[in-house]
Design a protein around this ligand. Structure first.
Ligand code: SAH
Ligand code: AVI
Length: 313
């Protein structure tokens, strides 16, 4: 079964962002098929520490994680991508009621869900193509789960402003339901050099990922960005504790999208992504404000990244 709910006003949303005092486009527009592939390439880069670090934390602590999730749970993954980290859980969670991967990148999600079905033949896999910031319907599994566990790895929570992240945690609290929980990957604050290298890889994969957003907007939303006139930029804003990705125009230009023409000045940036890095206290405050209690925090030895199990109180 497949539920597909997408907002119809995406062009309006993009135009609205481009009319803000600082032009911006939501990072969800990174993820067409090529964008999802480029993200997978990023996760294999040596400089991009979050993926390997989170995988290591999962592997080192999987027994305890499995114990906390328990049997006959429904595992609902927000922004599942290639379900890379999920496989570590699925291999050990022998008695899962259902796996529900939710993602906006349709083809990529459906391919990944098919692969998961092949790899885990007894498991019910019910993918949902949706923008998880908007209300969406969860499918009904064949086996009634005893509880819901929302899985949100990769520190995708960091791609939201604190206000939006707070709202998303509240949505997850609702999805978790009575007796439910959330298992979430949260990237931690660290030195600027490590952070900036992770988002400015010498091979230029992150730059290509950033620029691909414009290709996506040209193809799907009728824009006419000239990709050759924009440069990738990624800087750590220490005061805000976040990496900021921008596309910088190297010329004065006009871009059309929908019925609008947008003027962009030379050296002007379009903000394409925040990637917030948290302190343990900072994240706990947010989780608690959403109604969760942080029951367990796992980290790597260098404290680069955390995986946190939060329960509904
Ligand atoms: N969880 C995976 C992938 C992280 S990349 C990992 O940890 O490796 C972020 C994923 O979230 C992408 O697959 C992207 O398509 C998805 N995504 C981003 N914004 C989304 C949104 N608003 N709604 C649904 N999926 C979204
Ligand atoms: C998906 N998200 C958590 C990634 C991040 O690190 O913020 C996206 C990304 N952007 C550039 N590189 C990776």
């Amino acid at each position: 079964m497949l539920d597909r709910v997408r907002p119809t006003d995406e062009v309006d949303e993009i135009i609205d962002g481009l009319k803000q005092p600082e032009k911006m486009i939501s990072p969800k527009y990174f993820y067409d098929e090529r964008g999802s592939q480029l993200f997978d390439e990023i996760t294999r880069l040596e400089e991009y520490y979050p993926t390997e670090t989170e995988l290591g934390i999962m592997r080192d602590n999987i027994d305890e994680m499995v114990e906390l999730v328990g049997e006959q749970a429904s595992l609902i993954e927000f922004g599942s991508g290639s379900s890379l980290k999920t496989r570590i859980l699925l291999e050990q969670l022998k008695k899962l009621a259902v796996y529900v991967p939710v993602d906006i990148s349709e083809e990529h999600l459906l391919q990944s869900a098919m692969q998961i079905r092949d790899e885990f033949p007894g498991l019910e896999v019910l993918p949902v193509v949706a923008d998880f910031t908007q209300p969406f319907k969860l499918p009904s599994p064949t086996v009634m789960p005893v509880k819901n566990v929302v899985y949100f790895p990769g520190s995708t929570i960091g791609n939201f402003t604190h206000e939006a992240a707070q709202e998303l945690l509240e949505v997850m609290y609702q999805e978790a339901g009575e007796g439910g929980a959330m298992l979430i990957g949260v990237d931690l604050q660290k030195d600027t050099d490590t952070l900036e290298l992770a988002y400015n890889d010498p091979a230029g994969v992150t730059a290509e990922f950033n620029l691909n957003m414009l290709r996506h907007l040209n193809r799907e939303f009728g824009a006419d960005f000239d990709l050759d006139t924009f440069e990738h930029s990624a800087e750590y804003n220490e005061d805000e504790g976040r990496i900021e990705l921008r596309l910088i125009s190297d010329t004065d230009q006009e871009v059309s999208i929908g019925d609008e023409t947008i003027s962009i000045e030379k050296d002007e940036g379009i903000l394409t992504e925040y990637s917030h890095k948290y302190t343990l206290d900072g994240f706990r405050e947010m989780a608690e404000a959403a109604g969760f209690r942080v029951e367990r925090v796992w980290m790597d030895a260098e404290k680069l990244f955390s995986v946190q199990y939060c329960v509904r109180d």
